[in-house]
Design a protein around this ligand. Structure first.
Ligand SMILES: Nc1nc2c(c(=O)[nH]1)N[C@H]1C(S)=C(S)[C@@H](COP(=O)(O)O)O[C@H]1N2
Ligand SMILES: [Mo]
Length: 318
């Protein structure tokens, strides 16, 4: 059970988009604007409506996670994505429909009491889904604020039962060159891999998302299961996970493998540490294009700064 306590980034609920407005939009869409919306954002409406976990949505919002800014409108978040498996442009929503998200199996392996596989619907139904409003800051300096649905990563750790020798958790995305054109580009180190320390994964902010905007994830968001770690640059939040492995060795992530001078393991948000090719001081908000100052740990420092005590000599912000 989460205990509500004030955080430095919390603001009056009034500043976030009121739930009534959010619900109204969804009712409007359900009420007949769906066809119009489809032409604008091309959502895989049929796939989402056929989702075997549809009855779990919308999940109850956890009020402990408030925003300091309005929510990004769904049409903007759903049409500006990074999902290199489906191309290096931001317009990957249509191409990502080729991903078949059922049946979908997640393997839990490595340093655990007993490795196992679990069907994603079985996994989702074992968890208690909740909605959290989180900011997301891409290393490219765009940002958004979205309502994720999912469960705390802590609950996955409880299910997986890592051994005390496990120091890291490694997330791996699907690999299927027949449906993902980006994976035919052999200069990339597929499959997409990301990792966290066990302490990071156990932090209460670390989340596994199964939905967004009160519905199951549309494919471009990383259906049916994706990582969400809001204090880190967006690339740490791996999409469409098929394997979760517990390791003693620090995993080498996709971008680190490709470009180690520019992307490291920790990748915590920090306005004072520029990317080698651009400043991180400001961020551009999707949809409005408003500029806002970037905040250390993306505003979540109260919850996560303590994770990095004693690690000051590491490249914590790259
Ligand atoms: N498998 C996979 N996961 C990924 C990526 C990717 O290309 N492939 N891009 C990352 C990057 S750079 C960002 S910013 C976020 C974007 O998430 P969104 O498209 O849902 O906004 O996904 C991350 N997860
Ligand atoms: Mo990103």
């Amino acid at each position: 059970m989460l205990i509500k306590r004030p955080r430095s980034w919390e603001i009056p609920e009034a500043e976030a988009t009121p739930e009534a407005v959010f619900l109204n939009r969804r009712e409007l869409v359900a009420g007949g604007l769906a066809a119009m919306a489809a032409t604008v954002i091309a959502p895989p409406v049929t796939a989402q409506n056929a989702d075997p976990t549809l009855d779990l949505y919308p999940a109850k919002r956890n009020a402990a996670y408030a925003l300091d800014r309005p929510l990004t409108e769904e049409r903007f978040a759903a049409d500006y994505n990074n999902f290199y498996e489906f191309g290096s442009s931001k317009s990957v929503a249509v191409a990502a429909r080729a991903l078949k998200t059922r049946p979908w199996t997640v393997k839990i392996e490595g340093l655990v009491e007993k490795p196992f596989e679990i069907g994603v619907d079985d996994l989702i139904r074992r968890m208690s889904l909740e909605e959290r409003l989180y900011r997301l800051r891409c290393v490219e300096a765009w940002a958004m604020a979205v309502p994720w649905t999912g469960f705390p990563m802590r609950a996955l750790l409880d299910l997986a039962k890592p051994l005390s020798s496990a120091r890291y958790v490694r997330f791996e995305t699907f690999l299927d060159r027949s449906i993902a054109p980006g994976q035919r580009q052999i200069w990339y180190p597929w499959p997409y891999v990301e990792g966290l320390t066990i302490a990071e994964a156990a932090n209460e902010l670390a989340f596994l998302a199964t939905g967004i905007y009160g519905k199951p994830l549309a494919n471009q968001f990383g259906a049916p299961l994706r990582v969400v770690v809001p204090w880190k640059y967006g690339f740490k939040s791996a999409k469409s996970i098929v394997k979760i492995a517990f390791t003693e060795q620090r995993p080498k992530s996709f971008w680190e493998e490709l470009q180690p001078a520019e992307y490291g393991f920790w990748a915590n948000v920090n306005p004072a540490v520029p990317h080698p090719r651009w400043s991180q001081a400001e961020e551009r908000i999707l949809g409005t294009n408003e500029k806002r100052p970037t905040v250390i740990y993306n505003g979540y420092g109260d919850d996560v700064a303590s994770l990095y005590k004693g690690l000051e000599n590491e490249r914590l912000f790259v």
